[in-house]
Design a protein around this ligand. Structure first.
Ligand code: ATP
Ligand code: MG
Ligand code: MG
Ligand code: MG
Length: 468
C-alpha cells in the first residue's frame, strides 16, 4: 500500500482534523521564548506553555507535523536505518481534554485502518506500572497480552514540570532485519523492531523535590516519525530510501560515481550527505547562519560533516548548492517558504562551503608538512597539541587528520588530543550560555541575497548580512 511522504503527512493531519483537532503549521526550528532549548527536537516543544498552563491554547486539541533537529542522533545517521538529524514529527496533542483512551484508540485506528498496517506486526510497550494503559490496549483494542511489553524506561520527564508514562508502537520488520543477539526483541537497538510512535500521557506534575502529584488536567503528547512510517509503507529498508530522502542519495551517488547499496562505507557517506543537506536547508530557511556558537555552530558542524563525507566519496568540488534544489522539490508542498528563500539558502551554503574547502586545502598542506618533518625524525606519532591546533584554529576535521596519518602508517596522540578537546568543549559551553540571549536572527523578508558576504574581519570569518 504505497503512500508518498507528502500524502502521509496530509493523511495524518486530515485524520486528526476529523477528530476535532486544530491543524497548525510547523513551528520554526528556533524555539520561541525558551532559553533552555537550542533547537526544536519534538512536536511538543512549542507547546510547553500550554502543558504547564502558563498560556491557554487556541484549541484544546492540536495536531502538527513539526520540523525537528536532534543533534544527539548525529552519530547514528547512516549507521541505523531510522535516525536523522532533521526529521518531521507527526503529533496530536490534548491540553486537558481527551486522555489515554482516545489517544490509544486513534493511534491504532490511524495505523491499522487508514494506513492498513498489518496488526500482527505491531508491538506495544507501556510503563511498568501503567495498568490503565494495559487495560486499554488489551481489553479495548484486543492486543494479546504477550504483545504488550512493560518497560521501566517508558516514563517521560525533563526536570520539574508535567511528566508521565508513555506507550510506544513498534513495527516488526522481520527476523532478517534483526541482529544476531539471542535476546533481540522490542527495544533492541538494531533495525528489526522499529519504533514508529510514542504516546506520552502527561498526568503528573513533578516538583523540585521529586514528588509526583496527579494533574487536575491531564494531557496527551504524541510523536510519530514521518520518515519511519513512510519507510514501512513504502516497503523500504531504511528511511533513506523513501521518497523523502532518496532523490538526494541518487544525486550524491551520481556526482560521486558510486553505486548506492554496493558498499556499506560509501552508503553511510551518501546517507549522511542526504540527511545533512535537509538539515542545513531547513535550518538556514529558519534563520540560522553558520557561526561558532549555539545554533550557528550546529549548522556549521553539519555542513562540514557533509563536505567531509563527500570527500570520502572522492567529491572534491563544490557540490552542496545544487542539492538545495532537490531538497526544495521534496519539501515544496509542506514548506513553500523554503522555495521562496531558495536563492538565499544557496548563497549561505555556497559561502560556507567555499570557505571550508579553503580550510581543507590549507589544513592538508599544514598536516603534510608536519608529517614530512616527523618522517625525517623517524617519529610515527603526531602530538595531540598540533592535531588540536589544526582542528581548533583551522577548523580541520580531526577525523581527517587521523585518516591521513593512517595512510602514512602514523598515529595520533589521542589522549592528549582528547583532553585539549575536552577543555575546548567546556569553554564553548560557557560561551554558548553567554551568547544565547544575544542571538540575532536575520530578517529574511526581503531576501537580499546579493548583500550576503563573508566578513573576513569578523572573528572566525562568520557569514554576515552586509548592509552596504
Ligand atoms: P529511538 O529510540 O528510535 O531513538 P526515540 O525514543 O528517541 O526514538 P521519541 O523521542 O520517542 O524517539 O520521538 C518520537 C518519535 O519520533 C519516535 O517514535 C520516532 O518515530 C521519531 N524519531 C525520534 N528520533 C528520530 C530521529 N533521530 N530521526 C527520525 N525519527 C525520529
Ligand atoms: Mg532516540
Ligand atoms: Mg525510543
Ligand atoms: Mg520514544
Amino acid at each position: 500500500n504505497y503512500i508518498s511522504g507528502n500524502e502521509l503527512r496530509k493523511k495524518f493531519l486530515d485524520f486528526f482534523k476529523s477528530k476535532d483537532h486544530l491543524i497548525l503549521q510547523s513551528y520554526p526550528l528556533i524555539p520561541e521564548n525558551d532559553p533552555t532549548l537550542l533547537l526544536v527536537g519534538a512536536g511538543m516543544a512549542p507547546f510547553k506553555p500550554f502543558f504547564t498552563g502558563k498560556m491557554n491554547p487556541p484549541h484544546p486539541r492540536i495536531s502538527t507535523s513539526q520540523k525537528c533537529v536532534r543533534t544527539g542522533d548525529i552519530e547514528n545517521v547512516g549507521r541505523t536505518a531510522r535516525h536523522h538529524t532533521f526529521f518531521e514529527m507527526l503529533g496530536n496533542f490534548s491540553f486537558g481534554d481527551y486522555f489515554k483512551k482516545e489517544a490509544i484508540a486513534w493511534a491504532w485506528e490511524f495505523i491499522t485502518e487508514h494506513l492498513e498496517m498489518p496488526k500482527d506486526k505491531l508491538w506495544i510497550t507501556i510503563h511498568t506500572e501503567d495498568d490503565e494503559a494495559f487495560a486499554i490496549w488489551h481489553n479495548d483494542i484486543h492486543i494479546p497480552a504477550d504483545r504488550i511489553i512493560r518497560m521501566a524506561d517508558n516514563f517521560w520527564e525533563i526536570g520539574p514540570g508535567p511528566c508521565g508514562p508513555c506507550s510506544e508502537i513498534y513495527f516488526d520488520l522481520g527476523e532478517e532485519r534483526g541482529c544476531n543477539k539471542s535476546d533481540c526483541a522490542v527495544g533492541c537497538d538494531c533495525d528489526r523492531f522499529l519504533e514508529i510512535w510514542n504516546l506520552v500521557f502527561t498526568q503528573y506534575d513533578r516538583d523540585e523535590a521529586g514528588n509526583y502529584t496527579p494533574l487536575a488536567k491531564k494531557n496527551i503528547d504524541t510523536g510519530a516519525g514521518l520518515e519511519r512510517i513512510a519507510s514501512v509503507l513504502q516497503n523500504k529498508r531504511s528511511n533513506f530510501e523513501t521518497d523523502l530522502l532518496f532523490p538526494l542519495i541518487e544525486h550524491a551517488a551520481k556526482v560521486a560515481n558510486v553505486e548506492y547499496g554496493s558498499n556499506s562505507k560509501t552508503d553511510i557517506s551518501l546517507k549522511v550527505i542526504a540527511d545533512h543537506i535537509r538539515s542545513m536547508t531547513v535550518m538556514i530557511g529558519d534563520g540560522i547562519l553558520p557561526s561558532n556558537e549555539g545554533r550557528g555552530y550546529v549548522l556549521r558542524r553539519i555542513l562540514r560533516r557533509a563536505v567531509r563525507h563527500a570527500r570520502l566519496l572522492g567529491i572534491e568540488k563544490i557540490f552542496l548548492v545544487p542539492m538545495v534544489d532537490i531538497v526544495n522539490t521534496i519539501f515544496a508542498e509542506a514548506y513553500p517558504d523554503l522555495v521562496e528563500k531558495q536563492s538565499y539558502i544557496k548563497k549561505v551554503i555556497q559561502l560556507e562551503e567555499e570557505r571550508f574547502q579553503t580550510t581543507l586545502v590549507q589544513g592538508m598542506e599544514l598536516l603534510n608538512g608536519h608529517i614530512q618533518k616527523l618522517k625525517e625524525l623517524n617519529i610515527s606519532e603526531l602530538d595531540g597539541a598540533t592535531a588540536f591546533k589544526l582542528y581548533d584554529t583551522f577548523g580541520f576535521p580531526w577525523e581527517l587528520t587521523l585518516e591521513i596519518l593512517e595512510e602514512h602508517d602514523m598515529q595520533l596522540d589521542k589522549p592528549n588530543f582528547d583532553s585539549a578537546m575536552k577543555e575546548q568543549r567546556e569553554r564553548a559551553r560557557a560561551a554558548r550560555q553567554d551568547h544565547e540571549d544575544q542571538l540575532i536572527i536575520p530578517d529574511l523578508s526581503h531576501l537580499e541575497t546579493e548583500k550576503l558576504i563573508v566578513d573576513e574581519h569578523a572573528e572566525n570569518g562568520n557569514i554576515i548580512l552586509a548592509w552596504k
